[in-house]
Design a protein around this ligand. Structure first.
Ligand SMILES: Cc1cc2nc3c(=O)[nH]c(=O)nc-3n(C[C@H](O)[C@H](O)[C@H](O)COP(=O)(O)O)c2cc1C
Length: 153
């Protein structure tokens, strides 16, 4: 069974709703399970041990939330152990700017993670379309995790 970690921050619940939809998408794929962890309860070992990861954040001042950035700062010490990991990102904002998403995707690239699909930018209350896009993102991560594990043997 592969594990897809969904690492997110949310203060008023919108990003959390997107994170739960990502978990639903992971659950659509046989052989994969989702693990939802709010980033302030996560350790860098959670990132190292998962088979794929989704990062979710509200847009704060055109960037990811500080707690997620802090997590990335701590995780830099284990970058060699997360290189090649399948990853994707999703964000929630008051507006529709993709700046927070791009800030996360830049960090994914710095860690040499492999972006498996386009990220999701949700504006305001998550729409059914946003939730479905997050379910598909979860599915893509689960399939990439299964493919990665089987190619490693
Ligand atoms: C400190 C702060 C800064 C924010 N900055 C932005 C911003 O630059 N652009 C934007 O679209 N929304 C901004 N917002 C709005 C949030 O991104 C938005 O309400 C989001 O849906 C909240 O997600 P959550 O419910 O998961 O906490 C900001 C909110 C806060 C509290």
């Amino acid at each position: 069974m592969v594990e897809v970690l969904i690492l997110y921050y949310s203060r008023t619940g919108r990003t959390e709703a997107l994170a739960r939809a990502v978990a639903e998408g992971v659950g659509r794929v046989e052989g994969a399970r989702a693990r939802l962890v709010r980033v302030d309860y996560a350790t860098v070992e959670d990132l190292v041990s998962c088979d794929a990861v989704a990062f979710g954040s509200p847009n704060y001042f055109g960037y990811m939330a500080g707690l997620l950035k802090h997590f990335f700062d701590l995780a830099w010490s284990v970058r060699g152990r997360v290189a090649g990991k399948p990853a994707a990102a999703f964000t929630s904002g008051g507006g529709s700017s993709s700046s927070a998403l791009l800030s996360i995707e830049r960090v994914m690239e710095a860690f040499r993670m492999v972006k498996v699909c386009d990220g999701v930018v949700s504006s305001g209350m998550p729409s059914e379309g946003d939730l479905e896009a997050c379910r598909r993102l979860g599915e893509a991560l689960a399939r990439a995790a299964i493919g990665g594990v089987s190619s490693r043997g």
